[in-house]
Design a protein around this ligand. Structure first.
Ligand SMILES: [Zn+2]
Length: 167
């Protein structure tokens, strides 16, 4: 996430961000020559971000970068990729759910996923609204054997990745 200090300006409306409130931010994921560069690694008002005419373009660029990164990261493993969700298992025992249209992540402890799916929730009301919209899609995660066989199936790939990174 971007390091955000109070008073930093939202690149969409050029008004200050109140860090005490819920705001949207991504990591620096775009190259300096990208036309949307100044929006990556920047804090934005959720209201500005949600109504921004570049949001879907921005979110697809973000999804592309995260998907690419996953293939070379030995600690994160793809569980599900749909048009709305990119779900990864992290060896820290967490499941990362990227809401693709929003470029926002939700992290859930792997052992708690089934319980969380009964009532998918987020502290951010904006992410919450997206979770509500995707309620049905999210249930696909229930069909994944997060702690079991998918990881066993991925073992070879994990080993290959580790070899690549000489861990
Ligand atoms: Zn704004």
């Amino acid at each position: 996430m971007a390091i955000v200090v109070s008073g930093v300006l939202c690149p969409i409306c050029n008004k200050p961000i109140d860090v005490g409130k819920d705001f949207f931010a991504t990591t620096a994921f775009l190259e300096a020559n990208d036309p949307l560069y100044r929006f990556s690694d920047a804090a934005m008002h959720w209201e500005c971000y949600l109504t921004w005419n570049q949001r879907s373009n921005f979110a697809s660029c973000y999804a592309e970068v995260i998907e690419k990164e996953e293939t070379s990261n030995p600690f994160w493993h793809r569980l599900l990729l749909s048009d709305e969700l990119f779900v990864r298992y992290g060896e820290i025992g967490e499941v990362d759910i990227l809401l693709l249209k929003l470029a926002a992540h939700v992290r859930v402890k792997a052992h708690n996923v089934a319980v969380w799916l009964q009532n998918p929730s987020s502290e951010s009301r904006y992410i919450q609204a997206e979770l509500n919209r995707l309620r049905e899609q999210l249930q696909k995660i229930n069909e994944l054997d997060i702690l079991g066989s998918p990881l066993a199936r991925q073992k070879d790939r994990v080993e290959a990745k580790k070899k690549k990174f000489r861990l």
